[in-house]
Design a protein around this ligand. Structure first.
Ligand code: C2E
Ligand code: MG
Ligand code: MG
Length: 676
């Protein structure tokens, strides 16, 4: 993984390789091939010494009178320098020392031959033999690859010794001295020059080779950087989707061919959009980086790969192939993120830290035929985890998938519902227990599939809310409720369920006003029920909308009181006209604790002031409890089941006259504590 949060391109640029400066290059040059050179020096010295010893024969032929001395000197020098060299090689002396030994060997060899030779009386032969001195010079400059300065020194010493001998050795005539002297000097100059050139050339070749190596290394590095970049997520440094896709294909291939199972986990940061909106994008990025780092640390301890799948979604491919192991890993991931304790004050679900939802799927034999399927399954599991209130881990469950398919079908159906006449309203009486009359009715929406079968509101309302269709459907139900019942004056008040999505939608109050205007119905014959269980933020726009609706004369009722967390705070924030106590409290009141609980709730609401209604009266006993509590408004199958407008009209005409409710006292919305 690249260092998280840094720009890899910049890193790549900084990693650019450059050649060292000249002195370092020379040092490198000398170090370069050091081992081979040591071997070469040693071998060279042995060859040179053996050749030197062979010249004993020419000593015997050309200067036989001093040959004994020259040969003795030759052997002495040979033994000394070779022993020296062997010792140095054995003790691992530096290569420069071996070079010096070679230079000393050349000088000693030259002097060891020259000095005894000068004592020879074979002047004629000696005058020719002296030329052999240039061989030593060539040895210093060309045979051994000594450092230039060292070979110059060695050959200089030889030149000086030669001139000393040339002018000390009286028997030679001037012309010969001049000829041989200039020959020696030329030989010194030329071999030194060639040596110098050769060294330059070798150095150049070395530098070029080094440069080529550097360039190649740079190209390889650059290639690696590019590959890393193309596979890395720029923000988190994790693998990107491209890289993860290819890993997935590899796991898939191994699974298909070798039966090695694997699992896929999708991780989504809960309420990340709100985090971004509240804290800003920079902190949003930092949050993602921190989550990525934590995930990376966990995955390092497991066999798996981690990548960013896009936005706030991460993906893990793990080798774990059993449900238990995968669930354990998913849970570990969830807990780890929870433990970072990154604050997230804006989620408004009672939790104030960053959490993740995890959906996991295991590649199972015969269950999936396509690679994409496993991602889809993990995605469905993630969806289930979110639907379960987030901050939890879920394993793919085929039955969830069927629910999801149904959800998709419902979403498609909702698009054509109004146009194809698939929606309708039923009305459930709200009884006045004192008079027995139907005080009001609650409009409840119904949806039919194309084959005529019904879909319960518990399924289609959440889909309509998620897809935004609820706005169109909501307006439709208000208009239809007005048209079906209110215009006929057959019923005094209709309560209509209104979703928070509608209240938040801009212009909702205006569209309600338009419907009232269009149908000629007065607003005070409508009540809107808001369910506290639904996720609703009491934002200023919602509160403003409620004020506008009340200005139209519409009552605001709190539905299903006691089922959510928000009820009490809403009661403090808004003065509802009526509170409907959820049927679960009535149904639980057959025990003494349940009864006490219901009594407490009733007292609590009465203290706040709104009217009361109890939902879900199904039996005589329950009706009695309601009456004992002094509540005179109730709703339930025992008092009237939801029915169509026609059936309701029949019911109304066959029973007693409908009481039109008194004009309701206008209560203002209390905005205490609300943020503007
Ligand atoms: P809700 O507003 O609390 O509606 C009352 C629900 O309780 C209705 O179910 C009704 O049929 C049922 N009910 C009435 N009396 C009894 C009883 O004695 N016992 C039991 N067990 N149930 C009883 P329904 O029609 O299935 O509606 C469910 C929920 O769907 C509603 O709860 C409401 O929250 C939502 N809903 C229904 N129509 C609409 C609508 O037009 N718009 C919106 N936004 N939500 C709606
Ligand atoms: Mg309701
Ligand atoms: Mg209700």
């Amino acid at each position: 993984m690249m260092p998280i949060g840094t720009d890899p391109l910049e890193n790549g640029a900084r990693d650019k390789l450059t050649l060292p400066a000249a002195p370092e290059l020379w040092a490198l040059y000398r170090e370069h091939g050091d081992k081979d050179r040591r071997q070469g020096i040693r071998q060279g010295l042995w060859i040179a010494v053996l050749t030197y010893l062979l010249f004993s024969v020419t000593d015997l032929v050309l200067i036989p009178d001093v040959a004994l001395y020259t040969i003795a000197c030759r052997f002495a020098v040979a033994i000394a320098v070779l022993s020296m060299m062997e010792i140095e090689v054995r003790i691992g002396a530096p290569t420069s020392r071996l070079d010096i030994t070679c230079a000393v060997a050349l000088v000693l060899g030259y002097l060891g031959w020259l000095l005894p030779s000068l004592m020879s009386n074979e002047h004629e032969n000696l005058s020719h033999y002296l030329i052999y001195g240039t061989i030593f010079m060539m040895g210093a400059n060309l045979f051994f690859s000594l450092r230039f300065r060292l070979s110059l020194l060695a050959s200089g010493v030889m030149l000086a010794a030669f001139f000393g001998a040339l002018f000390q050795f009286a028997p030679l005539d001037r012309a010969y001295q001049i000829t041989l002297g200039t020959f020696f000097v030329s030989c010194f100059v030329f071999t030194s020059y060639v040596n110098w050139k050769l060294q330059q050339e070798r150095f150049k070749v070395f530098v070029n080779a080094l440069e080529a190596k550097y360039l190649q290394k740079e190209a390889v590095e650059r290639g690696k950087t590019l590959l890393r970049l193309s596979n890395t997520d720029y923000l988190t440094g994790l693998e990107n989707r491209r890289s993860i896709d290819s890993r997935l294909r590899e796991h898939w291939r191994q699974w298909q061919q070798e039966g090695r199972g694997f699992s896929v986990l999708l991780i989504d940061v809960d309420f990340f959009k709100r985090y971004n909106d509240f804290y800003g994008h920079q902190r949003g990025d930092r949050c993602l980086i921190q989550v990525a780092e934590a995930l990376h640390r966990i995955i390092q301890t497991h066999e798996g790969s981690i990548g960013r799948f896009g936005g706030e979604e991460f993906i893990v491919i793990a080798k774990a192939a059993s449900d238990e192991k995968v669930l354990r890993l998913a849970e570990e991931i969830r807990q780890t993120i929870e433990q970072i304790q990154l604050s997230h004050e804006e989620r408004r679900d009672g939790v104030s830290i960053v959490t993740v939802s995890v959906g996991a799927a295991v590649a199972k034999v015969h269950s999936t035929s396509k690679l994409e399927k496993i991602i889809d399954q993990a995605d469905r599991a993630l969806y289930a985890a979110k639907a379960h209130g987030r901050n939890c881990a879920r394993l793919y469950d085929p039955s969830d998938a069927r629910a999801r398919d149904l959800t998709e079908n419902i979403a498609a159906l909702l698009k054509i519902a109004v146009e194809r006449d698939l929606v309708s309203l039923v009305y459930q009486p709200i009884r006045n227990l004192k008079s027995g009359a139907i005080d009001a009715v609650e409009a409840l929406m119904r949806l039919r599939m194309l084959d005529g079968s019904e879909i319960p509101p518990s399924l289609f309302i959440p889909v309509a809310e998620r897809t935004g269709r609820i706005i169109e459907l909501g307006n439709w139900s208000i208009r239809n409720a007005c048209r079906e019942l209110l215009v006929k004056d057959s019923i005094g008040l209709i309560s209509i369920n209104v979703s928070p999505i509608q209240l938040k939608a801009p212009g909702f109050a205006a569209s309600v006003a338009a419907i009232l205007g269009e149908t000629g119905v007065s607003g005070n014959r409508l009540a809107f029920e808001i369910t506290e269980g639904q996720e609703m933020e009491m934002h200023s726009d919602v509160l403003r909308c409620l004020v506008d609706l009340r200005t139209l004369g519409i009552q605001i009722w709190l539905d299903d009181f006691g089922t959510g967390f928000a009820g009490l705070s809403w009661l403090r924030l808004i003065e509802f006209d009526l509170v409907k106590i959820d049927r679960s409290f009535l149904h639980a009141s057959d025990t003494s604790e349940g009864e006490t609980m219901l009594q407490n709730i009733v007292r609590l609401i009465r203290d706040r002031g709104p009217d009361l209604l109890i939902e879900g009266v199904e039996t005589d006993e329950q009706l009695e409890i309601v009456q004992k509590l002094g509540i005179y408004r109730a709703q339930g199958y025992h008092l009237g089941t939801p029915s169509s407008a026609e059936r309701l009209m029949e019911l109304l005409t066959s029973t007693k006259k409908v009481d039109v409710p008194r004009a309701h006292s206008r209560k203002k919305l209390k905005l205490a504590g609300a943020t503007s």
